[in-house]
Design a protein around this ligand. Structure first.
Ligand SMILES: Nc1ncnc2c1ncn2[C@@H]1O[C@H](COP(=O)(O)OP(=O)(O)OP(=O)(O)O)[C@@H](O)[C@H]1O
Ligand SMILES: NC(=O)c1ccc[n+]([C@@H]2O[C@H](COP(=O)(O)O)[C@@H](O)[C@H]2O)c1
Length: 196
């Protein structure tokens, strides 16, 4: 039984990740996907929470169910610890035991190799477009991004109103606050039910 480990920030999960995972699952019996920088959200580089990223990945994995068969995939949020020499121990302490790491992130490869783990390099797929940075730029600029991520991910991002979040964080749109011009308007606002 071979259990593999793959980590990314998945901000958002895109077709590049999807192809890597499609390929890894042909080689392992079980796969652990680490959701890196889990503590980060609501910033341009990391707009989505760990929970939202879990939703994106698990819904996209439904598309791979034929390839997956009865192979298990574990999705584990992993916070950064800002001390690279201890990071591998941190990861190992948080996830099920694994035999091999799949990555092409140079720091991830170096840290696991130094710790004595077997590391397999992953290939890049259409990196010009399948790239979180480029997809977030398109979201911010109201350009087409939907074709770069699996369809279930589009649905999740729409459900959580993700584009509006990115545009507000990036200062492209005003926030959701209310403009009032009198005390009576403020009073009726205080008496109205919150949407949350
Ligand atoms: N197009 C792609 N093809 C194959 N692997 C990819 C692709 N894009 C990212 N990866 C790999 O997936 C892992 C997780 O990457 P990550 O979640 O940071 O995505 P990213 O597209 O590189 O995002 P960002 O631009 O925000 O850094 C990394 O090892 C990264 O090299
Ligand atoms: N010291 C640390 O906390 C440490 C070290 C190496 C990688 N990581 C994390 O691993 C993930 C790697 O994924 P990316 O390839 O998406 O950058 C990131 O979330 C990164 O922050 C954390």
């Amino acid at each position: 039984m071979i259990r593999g480990f793959f980590i990314g920030r998945f901000q958002p999960y895109h077709y590049g990740h999807h192809e890597v995972i499609r390929n890894i699952i042909t080689k392992v019996d079980e796969l652990i996907i680490g959701i890196g920088s889990a503590q980060e959200s609501h910033e341009l580089e990391n707009p989505f929470t760990a929970g939202e990223r879990i939703l994106m990945i698990s819904s996209a994995l439904d598309e791979l169910k034929d390839e997956l068969g009865d192979k298990k995939v574990y999705l584990i949020p992993l916070e950064d610890i800002y001390r690279n020499s201890l990071w591998v121990s941190h990861v190992i302490s948080m996830v099920p035991p694994f035999d091999v790491v799949f990555s092409n992130n140079p720091l991830v490869v170096r840290l696991f190799t130094e710790a004595g783990k077997k590391v397999v390099n992953t290939s890049m797929y259409n990196r010009d477009e399948y790239q979180g940075t480029e997809i977030r730029r398109r979201m911010l600029e109201n350009e087409a991004w939907e074709h770069l991520v699996p369809k279930p991910v589009v649905k999740i991002i729409k459900e959580i109103d993700g584009i509006r979040r990115i545009r507000e964080i990036g200062g492209k749109d005003a926030g959701n606050g209310v403009i009032i011009s009198s005390k009576s308007e403020l009073k009726s606002l205080m008496n109205s039910k919150s949407e949350l």
